[in-house]
Design a protein. Structure first.
Lengths: 395, 395, 395
């Protein structure tokens, strides 16, 4: 399909709600807006492949705030910003939680005098990450309204305690590409399954992001995990409502095999129990380091009881035509490769390596699309103009 | 006032002395040069607001060297560089003091092969910071004269032991904006007052920068502090000379209330005693860590004797119409918010929050103006051309 | 010589082998390719001096991966990337050695979705650095072939265990400039000599890079070092073959004085014994920290036996006309300046300071030329177009 055709399709979507708004949760956005992100991301990728530069900023900063080490999200954000003409400036406040209230309001304004975009990753503390993003958003809105900030920087959620929209959207683009269109996802079964990992405390935002988004596409979404590894109930509610509206389904099971049975797509990945993460957040708040150590030992012990939750060849054989699409946000804990016993068998991972890397390759474009749609009221018109003017990326 | 009018006003100022020169101390610069910085900063801000990109560099580096953690100055420098088209490259040498002599000369050249600007913040050691900047300036001048460097990078003092020109200039722009013109500052009373803080060792460059600059505008500048918190006598001399020349005044008092009495502007802020900082610098030089610890305890104890030096509502009520403009370089120690007992009452700070953020918002433009004036012999002509050509910032 | 003439000379060189290839070892490249790097670097420098911007990328990332602290190489890489229009993104994995295999393959792809260039410095472990670069190169080639990466990023070796091509090439440009042409290097004697340093474990890549490259220019290359400070035998073999082919010579001596005798150029510099570095690499691999400490003590003791290996005025007096060109990759250990007893006497270093800085100034251009030649099949045509279009660097 030509870029022109894709732009025409984009023009039919109503994405005005994204204009100068933040991208914090996929379920805050309309179906048209979600579709517009996919479309713009796809067009930007096509343009870059055709050596057309979609550089829409002559200058401007994209501020990144990572509360956690991150190589791939950092590079994705940098790539997206650079593609559009923004320079990344890191706000490095250390991994310690930032004081709220006055300090957040002040810092948010101080970094935004020439910022067009702020990307935040804050996934460590249940009940805090998304709330922090909303606090920053409110602060820059106030600063803009008071005439302090010339432009209102828009936020991109690079992973919080609730959702991981750039991941779930990139994952969706991978599925759209793999199955030949968003409409083809209807009726497909995806198993979002917990898997064993020798480490603990992995964020819940990936499974939550997946069930909160994929249920919108008419898919049969199955969430599988051992008892005690529940995700946030509010997100399950959203998944249920989405499924009802889209004609798909959202079910839960305590068996990996049941989830894999006849699945078109499997997404086996470790995460921490929601309740334990909530407890840990409170212990951090209270500064009770001894209790945290005890909790961590308990969590590792709890994990160890479910070592059989591994994506093996045997389990893959249960999937549709024994060849479901295996997905992961990477890096995966690969049995006998990156750890003794992990989330996935080496032979399964190895067979899907190229698709996994391809899955990851959509993230920079998804982020760029989120930035783009927040800055242009008529994205189709703007992209069309870029296509006409034809500036080359490599000149 | 239109951008064109402002450019015409700029054209009447003689800023040729700034061409390819460093900006190290405001009192090294003529009145016309100071006014030109304000004017260019104002024009650059207007241009950005009008979506005109003043990107004058197609490539080039702006090297930053921070001896101290800094979020707001770092972002201001980055923003300024990015606005003009330069990419920031940090020279991270750790917080330890850099050896002088051969090493400075060598490093200064090694980082400057493609550097147009070097921004340095070095405010920790009395007698060292500004001297270090002059050493770097001399080194790159030698490198340029010897044909090693293609261009002579110009320096911007981002805070030293003597002056903090980007702060005092941004503060001045805030006053110019607030009172409707530089000429309206004549006769206004500003109280630059020490205030209590539970931390110690805060640099003297802010009060020194303020008394060294504001006395040039015909203002009545009052410096207030408890006994023992004297600033550098050389800077007081400059303030006295400035006041005599401008028709303003420079006076000192040991009473915060006296300073606030009838003041149009108040700037209550903690700083360390000059003599103690000098002693500490020598102890660091001698590596006498035990003596430093003793000194620090003494300083905290000394501070604690002056806890009543707080900008309260009672003190604010003494000012002109009970509503002087409250200023601070941020972050402030706010009583009962960021500390138990601090520089300013929460209600005062809260009331002035928007103006305080606005005050800070001028710094990126002041820095950009300093860079700009160092690179263009005919700044008005250049800005006029940029205005004509009309490249958009967001394309 | 005009830029046009230089471009014409470039057009006569066959550099097609560099197109979309990596620059890992100088001896992997043909004579024409080596000459093309010098020529492009020279043209880029001329262009920048003439305020012509050779910015060929509208956007794109230059990923840097330093396993070791580095100020000058970091700035050279940043400068080169910025000159061509690429933004540097650091991959900071700490100094610990990165796991090989799966992790390298994955990381290499994850950072490359929008990367045009990857620069790697990995010089600490004998047998590992160059191998790691080749692993990264293979990974991105696979990613490109599988359609995961849109462009195949090309690698630049910023120093490995075997070679330091950006250093030896910059050094060569300095010689070309100093002696008035590449052809004038024929018959010149260069003494690449070990020198005493109070630190240990300095990489061998500089002496190896010098003997592996300078022997190609018909020079008489003498390698001097105390017994036990042998370099890699494979590189000596290359030097011998090069010398035979170019009509120069490659000889070894255990006497600094003999090496300096009649030399046109001297390059006295400390390095670690190859065998000891190999042993240390193995000890690191085994995690035997106690043995490493013992080894380090032995090495310092061994170094200390050769304190007379210093580039003194007496030794300089043995060189041609008592005025050989003194070279160093910097920073040097200067006796009585940066250490008690070091590689070079203060008076010698001082006399050659400007030439030494000039030597270093070629590195950014050499790196930019390596990047440029990897991206344009017809570099002469591209440079000619840039010259015609005449975009200004400072607009």
């Amino acid at each position: 399909m030509s870029i022109e055709t894709k732009i025409k399709q984009l023009a039919e979507l109503d994405s005005t709600g994204m204009y100068f708004d933040d991208f914090l949760l996929t379920w805050d956005r309309s179906d048209d807006e979600i579709a517009a992100v996919f479309k713009v991301a796809d067009i930007l990728r096509d343009m870059r492949k055709s050596n057309i530069s979609p550089r829409v900023f002559d200058s401007g900063l994209a501020v990144s705030l990572f509360r956690d080490n991150s190589t791939r999200t950092r590079f994705s954000f940098s790539s997206a910003a650079n593609l559009l003409g923004l320079e990344v400036q890191d706000l490095d406040e250390g991994k310690s939680q930032i004081a709220h209230g006055e300090t957040v309001r002040e810092t948010a304004n101080m970094i935004s005098f020439m910022a067009d975009v702020i990307g935040i990753r804050d996934d460590m503390y249940i009940g805090k990450g998304n709330a922090y993003m909303r606090e920053v958003a409110e602060a820059v809105q106030q600063g803009f309204d008071a005439g302090i900030l010339e432009q209102r920087p828009t936020l991109v959620n690079l992973q919080c305690d609730i959702d991981h929209p750039t991941q779930s959207m990139a994952d969706s683009m991978h599925l759209i590409q793999h199955f030949g269109g968003l409409e083809n996802l209807k009726g497909k079964k995806i198993a979002m399954s917990w898997a064993y990992s020798p480490s603990y405390g992995k964020p819940l935002s990936v499974p939550q992001g997946i069930i909160g988004l994929m249920t919108r596409f008419g898919m049969d979404v199955v969430l599988a995990h051992p008892e005690g590894y529940e995700v946030m109930p509010e997100v399950e509610d959203i998944a249920r409502k989405n499924a009802a509206a889209s004609g798909g389904s959202f079910t839960k099971t305590g068996s990996m095999a049941e989830a894999f049975d006849g699945a078109d797509i499997v997404y086996p990945k470790s995460w921490a129990p929601f309740a334990a993460m909530e407890k840990r957040t409170n212990l951090y708040g209270a500064g009770d380091m001894d209790a945290i150590k005890v909790l961590e030992k308990e969590l590792l012990k709890q994990n160890a009881e479910y070592q059989e939750w591994e994506c093996t060849e045997e389990l893959m054989a249960l999937t549709r035509d024994e060849s479901a699409l295996y997905m992961h946000c990477l890096p995966a804990d690969i049995t006998a490769v990156s750890c003794e016993q992990g989330e996935v068998a080496a032979s399964v991972f190895e067979r899907y390596r190229d698709p996994l890397y391809m899955e990851a390759s959509y993230k920079p474009y998804v982020i760029a699309a989120m930035m783009f749609l927040a800055k242009f009221k008529d994205p189709a018109g703007k992209l069309s103009a870029l296509l006409q003017e034809g500036p080359r990326r490599i000149r």
